[in-house]
Design a protein around this ligand. Structure first.
Ligand SMILES: C[S@@+](CC[C@H](N)C(=O)[O-])C[C@H]1O[C@@H](n2cnc3c(N)ncnc32)[C@H](O)[C@@H]1O
Length: 279
């Protein structure tokens, strides 16, 4: 009979040419199938698997071999130490986006009330993390994808953030002009339509509407920067995550619209990743 260790070895071999982390992928998938953590697999590596678990594991390994992201197979991804439900309707939250969280937490005092809008909330990772870390924040989370908002609402319940207001809208178009915020944040689609990376790795399985923007990737940043002006309170701040090569253009977009004190911040890989300005 085959043991956990042997199943993991086989799966790692199958994934060897299809993943950058075949052993880790195999362990994450088997741990998910068994409802255990990865250390269980090491402790019990001579244990045998039930047929039902074996079949599900084989199915998931095959999907992974075809390229399906691990997060879509397990239905979750960790972000800022919380597990977020994900599905192919939402972008898989990225570690780079934690920079935006870190910077916003520095700007949002925990003893003050703010109105904050997360544009293009997807799984809700940004809105829910900030709402959970700063309970006084009045958070609005907006997306044009109904399916994404359903996932974000589930995540809000999961993380006890039912006070977040969810809005279905094409950027700010559904908000009346008297609805204003202290902070507007967005990790919008910013990849150019012809970017070669779109045909590689996990992004092949993510929604194009979450990834791609017109105008060489800058179309949504331009539109949001323009429309956000009507919805920012005096002294309000607009924050963008953008591509590693879009800092200068994002700064120029904000300057042309008279945003002030514009700054760009670098991520852990030393790439310019977040740009902000004050109204
Ligand atoms: C890059 S994803 C960001 C998801 C999430 N905020 C995160 O950081 O993981 C961009 C999101 O913007 C949404 N989006 C794209 N175009 C939009 C539009 N015109 N109006 C509102 N949301 C839009 C997509 O549905 C997607 O959820």
């Amino acid at each position: 009979m085959t043991t956990i260790k042997q199943h993991l070895d086989n799966a790692s071999d199958i994934l060897a040419h299809h993943s950058l982390s075949p052993r880790l992928d195999a362990e994450v998938l088997l741990a998910f199938v068994l409802g255990k953590n990865r250390s269980y697999l090491r402790t019990w590596d001579d244990k045998q698997l039930e047929l039902k678990s074996l079949e599900l594991f084989a199915e998931l390994v095959e999907k992974r071999r075809e390229g399906v992201p691990i997060a879509y197979l397990t239905g979750q991804r960790e972000f800022w130490s919380r597990d977020f439900k994900v599905s192919p309707a939402v972008l898989i939250p990225r570690p780079e986006t934690e920079l935006l969280i870190e910077l916003c937490l520095d700007s949002l005092s925990s003893s003050q009330k703010y109105a904050v809008l997360d544009l293009g909330t997807g799984s809700g990772a940004i809105a829910i993390t900030l709402a959970a870390e700063r309970p006084l924040v009045e958070m609005t989370a907006l997306d044009k994808s109904f399916d994404a908002l359903e996932i974000a609402k589930d995540n809000a319940v999961r993380h006890n953030c039912q006070h977040i207001e969810f809005v279905l809208s094409d950027w700010l178009s559904a908000l009346s002009t008297d609805v204003t915020f202290d902070f507007i944040l967005s990790n919008p689609p910013y990849i150019a339509q012809d970017d070669v990376h779109l045909s590689q790795g996990d992004v092949r399985f993510e929604p194009m509407s979450a990834l791609v923007a017109e105008d060489n990737g800058l179309g949504d940043i331009k539109r949001i920067a323009n429309d956000a002006k009507k919805h920012l309170r005096p002294g309000g701040q607009l924050w963008f995550e953008h591509g590693y090569n879009q800092a200068q253009e994002t700064q120029e977009i904000l300057k042309a619209l008279n945003y002030k004190n514009i700054k760009t911040y670098f991520d852990l890989s030393d790439q310019p990743r977040v740009t902000m300005g004050f109204i």
